[in-house]
Design a protein around this ligand. Structure first.
Ligand SMILES: Cc1cc2nc3c(=O)[nH]c(=O)nc-3n(C[C@H](O)[C@H](O)[C@H](O)COP(=O)(O)OP(=O)(O)OC[C@H]3O[C@@H](n4cnc5c(N)ncnc54)[C@H](O)[C@@H]3O)c2cc1C
Length: 485
């Protein structure tokens, strides 16, 4: 008889694991608390405007392709991808912005224009980042984080120095112009920690950025969720929405099922793609592998204050992805990581997907989402949201030289309290636990429970870490461990 697997949550890691497990012959049921699948990548549709609620940067297209190839499919079978040009635009002041183009040669030229001699330096930097990318993909990220030995290969030994240096040092050793330094430090923000706390090896994200490019799936990132749901269903996976799991049932130290409201569902294996910390609250305290003190000491990726805005006209002087780095990067980072507080002068990110994808807004209008990264666990109130909306919207208008406020058709916001209520997120984190040196690979919470048999975990609080591509990989890794169980 087919072994029965219950999966909690329908984020990318859960959907990925479900596909691999169903392909291997397990009977897989997913239970999701929300009314639509996709976890942090759900979609908001309002008055003809379409917003990706969470992720919007499609990086590392090779990881998505590799995922679909594992099922004899290709990305092209499910959604259309476009490489964005520019990949993104970064504002440093009024009428002062840099475009990151869709090819390395264009980017080398831009660098040279800002700092003489930097094109050659960037070529060298990207060559090393590209080597590290290959090593990361071949020797590191597809490992389940069970033992340090799995990281020791002839290739990784050669790169040991990179693990004991950090991104900030690597970048500032080579480049002097503050704008170029900020651009080169930007990709590691996806890993959730300060550049000074992120091992230099992660400069492979710079290759992902400049070398592999920024892509847009037609109709938005939710197309990936739809693709994975369609693949999962074709393999026999059943997805139950509006199904919040409130208990994992144990028999001695073995997981035997879940409870949803008053319904008991028995199964052979439980896999949770919900936040790790939350999942452990569904079992008695003596069976939890990690204490509250453990979680409290960890470096978490930021939470975010987000605004989803329908604008009644086209917005000028911005790109699909536009970063506003016109204030001090280090002060904002310090307000997230060193001394958690609302930043005095926030950096922010603006997303206008309807610039390259007309399907995402009514004709002549613009879909806009704004994101301010903040420390997890901060106080969240309507008045704070309003205060920060005014700060960033005024800056958006001033730096891009236009008035937009009277053209706002509607605006919705999402912040710490929503991350907690929508996803049971620890302290309202947006994208999990950061990849610092001491929170990498085998040093992260384990995919397999250390105390409860037949209980497994996936997603951004375990290996390999935050982000959509890592979530796909996490699902594959945990499915592999379950098959060996
Ligand atoms: C604002 C934002 C921007 C981001 N930007 C990017 C980006 O541009 N590019 C990128 O690659 N990544 C980005 N990320 C990160 C990326 O979205 C996540 O790392 C990834 O989607 C996490 O997937 P997951 O499977 O770990 O978990 P999740 O997506 O969190 O899925 C967990 C699921 O479990 C469900 N759940 C929780 N508790 C229960 C319960 N008790 N019962 C049933 N279900 C439950 C939740 O509702 C949720 O659906 C961003 C994230 C956010 C929030």
């Amino acid at each position: 008889m087919k072994k029965k697997i219950t999966i909690i949550g329908s984020g990318f890691s859960s959907l990925s694991a479900a596909c691999y497990l169903a392909k291997s012959g397990y009977q897989v049921n997913i239970y999701e608390k929300n009314s639509s699948p996709g976890g942090r990548a759900r979609q908001l549709e309002k008055d003809g405007f379409t917003f990706d609620i969470g992720p919007s940067w499609y990086w590392m297209p090779d990881v998505f392709e590799r995922f679909f190839n594992d099922f004899g499919k290709s990305v092209d079978d499910y959604y259309e991808l476009e490489r964005l040009d520019p990949g993104y635009q970064v504002y440093f002041g009024k009428n002062d912005s840099i475009y990151i183009g869709d090819h390395l040669e264009k980017i080398y030229n831009v660098f040279e224009g800002v700092e003489k001699g930097s094109a050659q330096k960037l070529k060298k930097f990207i060559r090393k980042a590209s080597d590290n990318y290959k090593i990361a993909m071949n020797d590191l990220v597809y490992r389940p984080g069970i033992s340090p030995l799995e990281l020791i290969t002839p290739e990784t030994i050669k790169k040991l120095g990179y693990f004991f240096s950090n991104i900030k040092k690597e970048v500032t050793n080579e480049f002097k112009n503050p704008k170029l330094i900020q651009i080169l430090q930007f990709p590691v923000l996806f890993l959730g920690a300060k550049p000074a706390d992120t091992p230099a090896f992660y400069n492979f994200m710079n290759f992902a950025d400049f070398g592999l490019g920024t892509w847009h799936p037609k109709n938005g990132m939710y197309s990936i969720v739809e693709a994975m749901v369609s693949l999962a269903k074709s393999l026999g996976v059943k997805i139950f929405l509006n199904s919040p799991v409130n208990k994992i049932l144990l028999e001695k130290n073995k997981a035997i099922g879940i409870k949803i409201k008053n319904e008991i569902i028995l199964s052979d294996i439980i896999l949770s793609g919900a936040d790790y910390h939350h999942t452990e609250t569904l079992i008695p305290a003596n069976f939890r592998a990690y204490s509250e003190a453990y979680w409290d000491k960890k470096v978490f990726a930021p939470s975010s204050l987000l605004f989803y805005i329908g604008i009644d006209k086209k917005v000028k002087n911005v790109s699909h992805h536009t970063l506003f780095f016109d204030v001090n990067f280090d002060s904002h980072a310090s307000a997230i990581y060193d001394n958690a507080k609302w930043p005095d002068e926030p950096l922010f990110y603006a997303n206008f997907p309807s610039i390259s994808d007309p399907n995402m807004a009514p004709e002549g209008k613009e879909t806009c989402f704004l994101l301010i990264p903040i420390a997890p666990g901060l106080e969240d109130s309507e008045s704070l949201r309003k205060k920060y909306f005014d700060i960033v919207f005024n800056r958006l208008e001033k730096l891009t030289g236009q008035q937009l406020r009277n053209d706002i058709l509607f605006k919705e916001s999402f912040c710490v309290n929503d991350f907690i209520s929508a996803y049971n997120s620890y302290k309202g984190n947006a994208y999990g636990m950061a990849n610092t040196l001491f929170q990498t690979a085998f040093l992260r919470p384990k995919l397999k429970s250390k105390k409860v048999k037949n209980l497994f975990f996936s997603g951004q609080l375990t290996v390999p870490g935050p982000g959509v591509p890592p979530a796909l990989i996490s699902g594959k890794l945990v499915a592999g461990l379950i098959e060996k169980n």
